[in-house]
Design a protein. Structure first.
Length: 629
């Protein structure tokens, strides 16, 4: 790469705290690539039985480790659990525990690592009593065993989810009396937890999603004849974590005794961002979605297909970010033989939804999706279910969506930057007009004995020439975190660093920020920072570089700022993981531009300081992970 990276927001915190020089950060920390949306395609999957083979759920840990679970009917007529494993090339069957003399079935699976996988469901013993089934593998699925130290009471488990970074996990279902069951992974085993659901209320839990150990959703249905949707959230009440029931909407409200609204899946994107999906059956049947905004669930969004007179249901949902949400299910065109798998997708926070193409198996009369998962490292999406051929038994169905990179990816190391830069091809520069991104300010982990810093920003120029940028500057001052909105311009060797009024425009950890840099032409720029948590916006008109090259790159960056006086790069503050959403140049995802420069922050000792991830499948979301100060 020609030239020196000029984007180092340097400034002095002395003006604010009368202590130490600080530096300003760049916005956006996720790796990106561009995708060609060609839809889902069938992958060969195993069918141990000649009659019934069904997959209910799927979990992908990375590109070479994914598991799908369900059941198949043995030659003696009993059900056996079915576990299929993806090794990066093909799917194959792994042998499950199958403890039940009269039947075994798996409904949920979660890979907490490439070797640590849990699967849940139920089994029927020799006395025809249905028990909770929890199977565990610690060797990547080479061996599966029933975890008899976990809860094994009567009932069935329908779903499991967890946080791979912490190892925390939950499984949900119901007991044989129709009581909701919530099991928590404690000391290596699942134990029943009090859930405050009214006993004998016919409450059935079908889905669970964990964003963190303090933010978990469970969804299902409640009622014996006319059933309603049901949701509850794991949260702190007076300092104690517990399950709290939340009011949720129904899609059908006809008053018909047999109307039944159920939620089958949920994805927890953040504390103020979750989606649940389901189906309603009564005078008609319809699939629907509802969104949690941090306060309440929205009115249902009804699936609206481009066909007439159809029935449908959504059974599972996954997301890489607020702007990349995928749901799976099935639909039937009434009075026809069309009964097909369904993928429903939103790339704009749920404002609009569209059907994504799936592949119908040859000679299939009916095909359904029951589960969906996303490998966030690659953007690969897996959907699983079953299909009914015109002749023969029920077969497993696995389909994959594989994002196809179309941008040229230029990987670089940099002593102070981690993130993505959009640019034209060499010799064919692009003039950018704007760059935007949003992120949540990450709480710093501050040492008591030193000053550390990080800055997150969006900007124009920087790589190509002069720089105009805006974002947040975060500093640890001997154990005390300080968060400031800031903007900077660089013209040649002249830097002008400014702090947004901290009294009028405060910034705190966990605030959600939206930042943009816009070129108005003639060296005029508009820099805007919005804190939606604190409910303020600061819009700053700026006169800066007139150099045409100053608008030929667009950046979303996490930075280790340099000291204004010494020019030495600061110790990088431990920010954990930044998720950068909606990183766009001229309103288009960065992965749509001809060339992407991806910076990994590496110090002079060749130690990785901060690492960007691959882009999520939406093309404008990525993570930056702190590695070393």
């Amino acid at each position: 790469m020609k030239g020196r990276i000029k984007s180092k927001l340097s400034r002095t915190l002395a003006t604010v705290l009368m202590i130490a020089a600080a530096i300003f950060v760049s916005l956006s920390g996720n790796s990106m690539h561009s995708y060609a949306d060609s839809g889902f395609s069938i992958q060969t999957s195993a069918n141990p039985s000649t009659t019934d083979n069904v997959l209910q759920a799927v979990s992908a840990y990375d590109a070479t480790h994914a598991w799908a679970v369900g059941s198949y009917r043995n030659t003696d007529g009993s059900l056996h659990d079915l576990i299929e494993y993806w090794n990066g090339t093909s799917w194959s069957v792994q042998t499950g525990a199958n403890p039940g003399a009269n039947g075994n079935s798996l409904s949920g699976v979660k890979a907490l690592s490439a070797t640590n996988i849990w699967a849940v469901g139920s089994y029927v013993d020799a006395n025809s009593v249905t028990h909770i089934l929890i199977e565990h593998s610690t060797d990547g699925g080479q061996t599966w065993t029933q975890d008899t130290a976990s809860y094994t009471g009567n009932g069935t488990l329908k779903a499991i989810d967890g946080d791979p970074s912490s190892g925390d996990a939950w499984a949900v279902g119901n007991d044989s009396s129709g009581n909701a069951l919530t099991l928590h992974l404690v000391n290596g085993h699942f134990a029943s937890q009090t859930n405050n659901v009214t006993p004998n209320s016919y409450t059935y839990l079908y889905g669970v999603s964990e964003h963190s150990s303090s933010d978990v959703w469970a969804v299902g249905t409640r009622g014996q004849t006319s059933a309603d949707t049901f949701t509850m959230h794991w949260e702190a009440v007076n300092g104690t974590y517990q399950w709290v029931t939340k009011t949720s909407p129904n899609a059908l409200e006809y008053g018909n005794t047999y109307d039944a609204d159920s939620l089958y899946g949920v994805v927890d994107i953040g504390t103020d961002d979750a989606w649940a999906v389901g189906g309603a059956a009564g005078d008609t049947s319809t699939g629907f979605l509802t969104h949690w905004n941090g306060t309440s669930w929205s009115s249902p969004t009804i699936v609206n297909l481009n066909v007439s007179n159809y029935l449908d249901s959504l059974r599972s949902i996954a997301a890489t970010s607020s702007n990349d949400i995928w749901s799976a299910g099935f639909y039937e065109v009434v009075n026809t033989t069309q009964n097909h798998s369904l993928i429903w997708h939103s790339s704009d926070g749920g404002a609009t939804w569209a059907q994504v193409a799936t592949e119908f198996p040859n000679n299939s009369a009916i095909d359904n999706f029951h589960g969906i998962t996303i490998d966030k490292n690659t953007g690969n999406i897996w959907a699983v279910g079953d299909y009914f051929p015109l002749q023969g038994g029920i077969n497993t169905l696995i389909e994959q969506y594989t994002p196809s990179p179309t941008s040229i990816i230029q990987k670089e190391t940099n002593p102070s930057w981690a993130g993505y830069v959009a640019a034209g091809l060499h010799g064919s520069p692009i003039t950018f007009k704007s760059v935007t991104a949003s992120w949540k300010v990450q709480p710093l982990q501050c040492p008591l004995t030193k000053i550390t810093k990080e800055a997150t920003w969006v900007g124009l120029g920087g790589v190509s020439a002069d720089l105009e940028q805006i974002g947040v500057d975060s500093t640890c001052l001997y154990g005390v975190p300080v968060y400031l909105g800031a903007w900077e311009t660089i013209i040649g060797t002249n830097k002008a660093i400014h702090y947004i009024n901290i009294i009028k425009y405060p910034v705190h950890a966990n605030d959600t920020l939206l930042a943009s840099t816009t070129s108005l032409g003639g060296g005029k720029y508009q820099l805007v920072l919005t804190d939606s948590t604190q409910n303020w916006t600061d819009s700053i008109p700026v006169s800066a570089s007139t150099n045409p090259a100053a608008v030929q790159t667009a950046e979303c960056i996490v930075e280790a700022p340099s000291n204004t006086i010494t020019r030495k790069i600061s110790a990088l503050a431990n920010f954990g993981v930044y998720t950068i959403n909606g990183c766009e140049a001229d309103g288009k995802a960065l992965n749509t531009w001809p060339r992407l420069i991806v910076f990994t922050m590496v110090n002079s000792q060749n130690v990785v300081m901060a690492q960007p991830s691959a882009l999520y499948s939406d093309g404008d979301t990525f993570d930056v992970t702190w590695k070393h100060e």
